[in-house]
Design a protein around this ligand. Structure first.
Ligand SMILES: NC(=O)c1ccc[n+]([C@@H]2O[C@H](COP(=O)([O-])OP(=O)(O)OC[C@H]3O[C@@H](n4cnc5c(N)ncnc54)[C@H](O)[C@@H]3O)[C@@H](O)[C@H]2O)c1
Length: 261
């Protein structure tokens, strides 16, 4: 219950890390959650699950494409209308597509820049506009270890996430006088996430020229702690950075990567 009575917004909340972080926010005592994503049906399912499991927490869902200015503004308006304020934004929506630079399609480049970087900018801007009126707030970007070190055959993803670090550091300065802290969390490989299960095992088998069934072991072997990142590892840092214990921390990017790099 370290985030008692807080109202939080999570983007990309319908599945994977986003839905797990939303659940942890409810467990930590948040009384209002704005959950947004482009996948409306999954949000509906989540809302029903939360109503059963976390009756203390009001959940508002909005279909929101983080790349669209009007969609982002509308989502935040809907959340603030229903929940009356916004204390925290966990900006998690993100996409990845891997290919060698000489084969990299422009549309896949643009898609990742749009969602991972422009989407973060639009959501952070909208959240900050509300938080400024409260004189406080916390913005957390879900970045990646690929936002701090280049990533093999992953140019667009790494470029978009590196950009997110620059944005985090810069807006932290803009917003510090308004009591708003901005930090980035940089997870290692979430090997059980839909992102990996749905596409990355296949894409990374191709990029490294190895059989798909050994991709998991290949990635685990790169981590000194010998395992992939778990949702809980990320959620624990999110709770700390959102709490009063982190009240002097802003403009930072923290890895949660088991010693990798
Ligand atoms: N999976 C990993 O190994 C890993 C590692 C480090 C960082 N991350 C980051 O964690 C975050 C969540 O990743 P995940 O593994 O849960 O992936 P995921 O694909 O399961 O979830 C991403 C969510 O973002 C949503 N989304 C995609 N485009 C959107 C858009 N235009 N507008 C709004 N929502 C959109 C998707 O619908 C989905 O619900 C991402 O930012 C990702 O870059 C993931």
């Amino acid at each position: 219950m370290r985030l008692k009575d807080q109202v939080a917004w999570v983007t990309g909340a319908s599945q994977g890390l986003g839905s797990h972080l939303a659940e942890r926010l409810a467990q930590e005592g948040c009384t209002g959650l704005l959950l947004s994503d482009i996948q409306r049906e999954k949000l509906e399912v989540l809302r029903a699950q939360f109503a059963d499991a976390y009756p203390h927490c009001s959940v508002v869902i909005t279909e929101c494409d983080v790349t669209q200015e009007a969609s982002v503004a509308q989502a935040v308006r809907a959340g603030v209308d229903a929940l009356r304020r916004l204390d925290m934004a966990v900006l998690n929506a993100g996409v990845v597509y891997s290919a060698e630079i000489t084969d990299f399609p422009l549309d896949k480049w643009q898609w990742q820049i749009d969602v991972n970087l422009t989407g973060y900018f639009l959501c952070a801007r909208e959240a900050a506009r509300v938080m400024k009126t409260h004189g406080k707030g916390v913005i957390l970007q879900i970045n990646s270890k690929s936002g701090l070190k280049g990533s093999f055959k992953n140019a667009a993803y790494a470029a978009s996430k590196f950009g997110g670090i620059g944005l985090t550091q810069s807006i932290a300065m803009d917003l510090a006088p308004h009591g708003i802290r901005v930090n980035a969390i940089c997870p290692g490989n979430l090997l059980d996430s839909p992102m990996w299960q749905g596409q990355l095992f296949e894409q990374y088998a191709i990029k490294w020229g190895i059989p798909e069934e050994v991709v998991r072991k290949f990635y685990e072997a790169q981590v000194p702690m010998g395992r992939g990142c778990a949702y809980k590892d990320v959620a624990d840092l999110m709770v700390f950075l959102a709490s009063e214990e982190a009240s002097y921390i802003t403009g930072e990017a923290y890895r949660v990567a088991g010693g990798q790099m």
